[in-house]
Design a protein around this ligand. Structure first.
Ligand code: ADP
Length: 548
């Protein structure tokens, strides 16, 4: 027997309708790519997005067509995002930090028809124009005055396109399982693969992110999503802020400590989200300039593991609470968050910190399990490592165009490619990516744990651990350290710092000081590149063995 409730398809246009109806004058403030801070409101963004849907229809865009954006976080980008999805087309966010070759691959694979972009990326698109045969039009998020027609002949100024459309357009009115958006994983192994979200999956993800133990957003919050819309949908914030009626502050292309700090203070930001490297930049800027924060209360940090030094820095020096989060493009992206449960909330601050550093527990809508290589469930004892598998209504069931084949196990779980532990409270801790974990003498060593401790050394700016071949143990850890500008150190100093903080047999066999630790397109340490750079490297312990 079916229930007798109303049929109200969960489509994301309703999120912006809600923001317009009930928070219409709430501001969306952007640091524009042209320079000045520009102000808009949900009502205005809603009207202009409808105009844009009409204009796109005029350009021949039909439901199901892929319309891409290669752009920074701005109010215009939000307009395009809702205009594309509202009309039933698919908003494909492109990551400008990818190499041009990968971008072309993704654009061709998705068969993007139109690309919205910022002035910043127009030259790259122009250079590779011939390699993107499906792209019929490029629209630049600017006005005629700022658009030099010589850079990309035929490019359309966004403001002109918006002005050409009428504000009457009926959004939605289609099945909630209709595809809404597309985002490719950054393809650290093999080609990037497309995750195709539906209206329903995004709507449900939005409801979940609003929860108090998740993002805890309210109509009183002012939110600065530093995490880009092209990085796993800005972790859902472009939907959840509209759903909650938060004031939105969009940082544009300036994500350095000084620029982020300026917006936090001038706009009265209460909540923000970004990867750890962005926060390191902010913390360093505030320390160097002896600054404090007057309104920021909470930050969500994810994308890679949060070092203890960041959590302590925010808490002790700036009075900001950190929630550690884990997720992935395939999960829309929120998977787990480190919000305390009742037992942990009653512990003293130092003991609670241990749990804050874990990636946390799943909210409703995310099922997780831990298995070994033989698909046997592993205990939730906080020690046993295993493959982390996930299932839920906003988790990918397959990749776009069937890439990668069947990605689910018999019970419908997706293998995240992460190795983790689960403790008795249900707190998950990532120990590594399966391909990064170090296998030493048949046992596993977590590179993330060593990195996070090493980066807590006052002289370390960044730290990375990789496995190097060893004749007896298969692999042994090597710690690479990029020192703070002007700092001097030694292998012994870092090994002494790690002593007592990790198991003896996890102690790196070597410490190598490097000028650069490369970061990938989503701000994570690029271990693949590091391994390539370290190709000819031989462990001193392996050399000793050879000569012995
Ligand atoms: P990619 O970088 O491959 O495109 P995502 O940006 O979706 O993919 O990143 C997903 C991966 O990032 C996760 O599988 C995990 O390995 C890593 N990750 C995300 N958040 C965290 C975290 N808080 N701690 C450790 N690793 C994390």
């Amino acid at each position: 027997m079916h229930g007798l409730m109303q049929d109200w398809p969960l489509t994301v246009d309703k999120i912006l309708d809600h923001a317009k109806n009930w928070h219409g004058d709430r501001e969306i403030v952007s640091r524009s790519v042209e320079g000045p801070i520009v102000r808009s409101t949900y009502a205005e963004v809603h009207r202009r997005a409808k105009q844009l849907s009409n204009a796109l229809k005029g350009l021949g865009v039909k439901p199901g067509d892929r319309v891409a954006t290669l752009a920074w976080n701005t109010g215009r980008h939000i307009e395009a995002w809702y205009a594309i999805m509202g009309m039933g087309a698919i908003c494909h966010t492109l990551n400008p930090r990818l190499f041009a070759e990968q971008l072309c691959y993704i654009i061709n694979h998705a068969e993007d028809k139109i690309i919205f972009t910022d002035l910043t990326f127009l030259p790259i698109l122009a250079e590779h124009r011939a390699e993107m045969p499906t792209v019929q039009k490029v629209v630049v998020f600017t006005d005629e005055a700022h658009l030099d027609p010589k850079i990309y002949p035929g490019a359309i100024a966004y403001e002109t396109l918006v002005a050409s459309g009428s504000p009457d357009f009926v959004w939605g009115d289609f099945d909630e399982n209709t595809a809404s958006s597309l985002c490719y994983t950054s393809g650290t192994t093999g080609n990037p693969k497309g995750v195709l979200y539906s209206h329903r999956s995004n709507f449900l993800h939005t409801l979940v992110t609003l929860g108090v133990d998740v993002m805890c957003l309210s109509a009183r919050d002012t939110v600065l999503p530093v995490v880009p819309m092209f990085h796993a949908n800005a972790w859902g914030l472009t939907f959840s802020c509209a759903a909650a009626g938060c004031k939105l502050v969009m940082p544009g292309q300036k994500l350095d400590g000084a620029s982020v700090y300026e917006l936090l203070e001038t706009e009265g930001v209460t909540f923000s989200a970004a990867v750890p490297t962005v926060w390191l930049g902010l913390l360093n800027h505030m320390r160097e300039n002896k600054l404090s924060l007057s309104t920021l209360k909470r930050v969500v940090i994810g994308g890679s593991a949060v070092p203890e030094a960041i959590v302590r820095g925010f808490r002790d020096e700036f009075g900001v609470d950190v929630t550690h989060a884990w997720g992935m493009t395939e999960m829309s992206p929120m998977g787990t968050l480190s919000s305390p449960n009742a037992r942990i909330a009653a512990l003293d601050a130092e003991t609670q910190l241990k749990y804050k550093l874990k990636q946390g527990r799943p909210p409703i809508g995310v099922e997780i399990k831990l298995e070994d290589d033989a698909n046997q469930r592993l205990p939730h004892d906080g020690h046993t490592f295993g493959r982390l598998m996930v299932k839920g209504p906003f988790i990918a069931g397959g990749y776009f165009k069937g890439d990668g084949g069947n990605i689910l196990d018999e019970a419908g779980f997706f293998d995240t490619g992460d190795v983790a532990t689960l403790d008795g409270d249900g707190y998950m801790q990532i120990t590594d990516r399966a391909k990064d974990v170090i296998k030493s003498g048949g046992e596993w060593i977590s590179t993330i744990e060593i990195e996070n401790i090493a980066v807590g050394h006052e002289k370390a700016e960044l730290a990375a651990v990789i496995g190097a071949a060893h004749p007896k143990w298969d692999e042994r850890p090597v710690l690479l350290v990029k020192l703070m500008p002007g700092a001097q150190s030694s292998k012994e100093e870092f090994l002494a710092f790690l002593d007592g903080k990790i198991a003896k047999w996890w102690t790196p066999d070597d410490v190598v000081f490097v000028d650069d630790i490369p970061l990938g397109a989503t701000g994570k340490i690029d271990k693949k590149l590091i391994r390539e750079r370290m190709k000819g490297y031989v462990l001193p312990t392996a050399k000793a063995k050879e000569t012995a």
